[in-house]
Design a protein around this ligand. Sequence first.
Ligand SMILES: C[S@@+](CC[C@H](N)C(=O)[O-])C[C@H]1O[C@@H](n2cnc3c(N)ncnc32)[C@H](O)[C@@H]1O
Length: 270
Amino acid sequence: MRHTDSLIQYRDLLKQRYEDIGVLGDDRGTAEDFQLRELEIRTAKAYMSDGMAVLDIGSGTGYALRSYAADFAIRGVGLDYAESLVKTAIARSAAPEYRQLKGATEYRHGSVTDMPFEANTFDVVTDSRCLMALLDWGLQKQAIAQVNRVLKPGGVFVMMEGTFQGLQRLNDMRQRFGLTPIDATGMNRLITLKFDEPALMEYGKSILEHVATHRFGMYYFISRVVHPLLVAPEPPRYDARINEIARMIAEQIPDYEGLGHESAFVWRKR
Ligand SMILES: C[S@@+](CC[C@H](N)C(=O)[O-])C[C@H]1O[C@@H](n2cnc3c(N)ncnc32)[C@H](O)[C@@H]1O
């Protein structure tokens, strides 16, 4: 597949898969690699402080937003296009263990391509693997422009998304050790169109200021190279102890060789 190809013909199928996850209501349904999600959350929290208005796009069951609001007195808003996920997130936030968070959370139904918010509303917008679900570069650019619109001037966009280049680096490393390449589309479950990093950088810089790029290379090296070699011929499992160790090491030493689909691209509104 060329990096700029569209997978938009799968849009309805993917939307149905997200609705089904919402009905099941499992936090890990939208993030099978739940250790990696903890690294994402940690990365995003570095840009937050008390009193901020924070929008999480593609908020799923609200797992990340609840974690942000547990640590900071934010006004947190989650946005998702799957009605069942929004319902689950609202129900979850009413559970006794989440009533005492420092911050407030609310959830809205809507699409990132046409956000139901006023311009200049949020100090931080977070994104954990939502924009890849748009399956089309034109729509991804539209969503980034929407994020720019709803951010306050000086506000920060923590965009945690997959790229073809990061996955290629990981697959090159896997090949050196006789491991099969990981498919870029996620076709059997959560279908994604990853980003072409040079195109993302060119477009992003045309409207926003690029602040930093954080990689998760160490986590990917241990979980996607060492782990499968260790357990072969059994398949690796997301809940294996070594992934927990990979996360622990990655908290201290985040990157190794830029490996892995996902990176955190941090942007600031001018
Ligand atoms: C890979 S899941 C990640 C969910 C959550 N951020 C997490 O870490 O578990 C992507 C999320 O984006 C949502 N999503 C996909 N397309 C969207 C759109 N156009 N507008 C809003 N949300 C969308 C999905 O329903 C899903 O909850």
